[in-house]
Write a protein that binds this ligand. Structure first.
Ligand code: PEP
Ligand code: MG
Length: 574
């Protein structure tokens, strides 16, 4: 039996056989495209060519440094292949003629050439095909980075073991036979981990080399509570985990009695306890928890795994159905936060080529660069707003100027819609996510221009502590109880309260029973929780005394480091 410790990314325990996804395993599926998307697809292929040229430049510099000029010539061969009409002409032609995705067109073209190479007698020339495939693989890598992996080949329930999974891979797991996953890379608040939680797929990430240690078909226990993966478990371990699973199911049933009960503290402070919605499939089970509304509706799912942006019609329908189902409770619709680890296949200029995507063109920055996309989403939200109680939330705001720009755009969209005879609500509430330190530090300047604020602790912590939320090497430094984080949170809650605006927290910190006492003590009016933890957090809130927590916060924020904060909490039995 081998036990490997990683990061608990999504709770739950699974015992099943492993399906190991080879890092090199490139799955190409044929996707038929509508005629109006073909031009875009050719552009996407061209972008991959540009990226491959950049790869080759970097590879050349490296070879030159390590091995000298002679060897660097090899790269020239690859450049020639990349400039060959086979790549520059045949592949785009195949996309247009056969109306297929670029990956498929490329692999078909390479296959034809491969067959021709195979017929050559001269071994030297026959072996040149490896250079061709090397270039082809680079191109495919760039194309597939932004597209979904296909899980349709998996025929038995299993635990997926992989080097890494992107959010766009994860979003489709629910339709597959994958019961849980374990990866070498990743952090607790990566979007992959958040999606796994909301899809209720147990996951352990940041396991360093799990993809090399597990063999295809091994029996594995995945413990998403403790962040453990157990390979070849003994019969004792199996029995122990079966018992833990049973206990967890019983606990879950007991928490069920809190459904519909108010999130009120022992000293009668009523909180608005809301839930986060990541995709419409979760809507029904989320609403069954009877939250005080949806405190964060992440709309990125609408933009993933597709070559073109969702239309205004499609979006209006999506928002209207969520608003209608949640009414009269409010729904905070966040405009799409694309970029970072949430890449799209839409061929948008920018985010694909960034060295530091979390600091790059993401969220409102990307949308202010692509006003057509922004305007379409705002129009859709405004059109759907009549169906319920909508509030708009803007992600990744770092300056007041961005708030002004968004307000202008909303005003423009509203008057256009009115001119078209559409009924638009007059005073739809507008809020910003406080997730970049500049917004937290300057909260007094922001607060006058917004109706509410919602703290995104996932990003606020990563930017305040300079800890990449998807990098397992620094995950031990990712700390919601760091006094620097606590002071920022405290300032946001206090400033909003003084200005008469409401403040919420919607990051994963709200799902941590050890951090929630501090958020309650700071006086946030609302917490938006991952559905999976909703009832457990309600139980935590109902056991707290808000006045006592406010005193605790004052002490915690004065601590020099998080160990002192933890000691304080332990002393209070928290
Ligand atoms: C956050 O940053 O805390 C947040 C809620 O946004 P996301 O996790 O979608 O980046
Ligand atoms: Mg965020």
């Amino acid at each position: 039996m081998i036990i490997i410790k990683g990061i608990a990314a999504s709770p739950g325990i699974i015992i099943a056989r492993a399906h190991v996804l080879e890092d090199e395993e490139i799955v190409v599926t044929r996707i038929e495209l509508p005629p109006d998307q073909l031009k875009n697809e050719v552009q996407r292929f061209k972008a991959a060519q540009r990226e491959t040229h950049r790869d080759l430049d970097a590879a050349e510099a490296k070879v030159l440094k390590l091995l000298g000029k002679e060897h660097a010539k090899l790269i020239d061969t690859h450049r020639l292949i990349l400039r060959d009409t086979l790549i520059t002409h045949d592949v785009p032609q195949r996309i247009l003629k056969e109306r297929v995705n670029a990956e498929f067109a490329l692999s078909e073209t390479l296959e034809v050439v491969n067959r021709q190479f195979e017929k050559l007698d001269d071994e030297f020339f026959r072996e040149r095909r490896h250079d061709l495939f090397d270039v082809g693989k680079r191109l495919l890598g760039h194309l597939l980075k932004h597209s979904r992996r296909s899980w349709s080949g998996i025929e038995q329930p299993c635990i997926l073991i992989a080097r890494n999974l992107l959010p766009s891979d994860t979003i489709n797991l629910k339709e597959s036979l994958i019961l849980g996953f374990a990866t070498d890379l990743g952090g607790k608040t990566s979007h992959t981990a958040i999606l796994a939680q909301s899809l209720e797929i147990p996951a352990v990430v940041g396991l360093s080399d799990i993809s090399r240690r597990v063999k295809q078909g091994d029996t594995v226990i995945l413990d998403g509570e403790q962040g453990l993966v157990i390979i070849h478990p003994t019969s004792e371990a199996m029995a122990k985990y079966q018992k833990i699973r049973q206990q967890a199911q019983e606990e879950e049933r007991a928490l069920g009695s809190l459904r519909g009960m108010p999130a009120v503290t022992q000293d009668d402070k009523r909180l608005r306890l809301q839930a986060n919605l990541d995709s419409p499939e979760e809507l029904k089970s989320l609403l069954a928890l009877q939250p005080d509304g949806i405190g964060l509706f992440r709309t990125e799912y609408l933009y993933m795994n597709r070559p073109a942006a969702p239309t205004e019609e499609e979006q209006t329908k999506a928002y209207a159905s969520v608003l209608k189902a949640a009414a009269p409770q409010p729904v905070v619709i966040r405009t799409a936060d694309i970029g970072g680890d949430r890449l799209t296949q839409m061929g948008i200029e920018g985010p694909q080529n960034e060295v530091n995507p979390f600091m790059g063109l993401r969220g409102v920055r990307l949308f202010l660069r692509h006003l057509d996309l922004f305007k379409t989403q705002l129009r859709a939200i405004l059109r759907a707003a009549a169906k319920g109680n909508a509030q708009i939330l803007i992600p990744m705001v770092s300056s007041v100027a961005e708030v002004h720009a968004v307000r202008r755009l909303i005003a423009q969209a509203s008057s256009e819609l009115q001119a078209e005879g559409v009924d638009v609500p007059k005073n739809i509430e507008l809020g910003i996510m406080v997730e970049i330190p500049s917004a937290a530090v300057l909260i007094d300047a922001f607060i006058a221009h917004v109706d509410f604020v919602s703290v995104g602790t996932n990003d606020l912590i990563q930017y305040t502590l300079a800890v990449d939320r998807v990098n397992e090497h620094v995950s031990h430094l990712y700390d919601p109880l760091h006094p620097a984080v606590l002071r920022l949170l405290q300032a946001v809650a206090q400033t909003a309260r003084k200005a008469g605006k409401w403040a919420s927290v919607c990051g994963e910190m709200t799902s941590d029973p050890h951090a929630v006492p501090l958020l309650v003590g700071m006086g946030f009016e609302s917490l938006s929780v991952s559905p999976r933890m909703f009832l457990r957090i309600k139980q935590t809130v109902r056991r707290l005394n808000q006045g006592a927590m406010a005193k605790l916060v004052a002490k915690a924020a004065a601590c020099a480091d998080s160990e002192d904060v933890r000691r304080l909490m332990r002393e209070q039995g928290l």
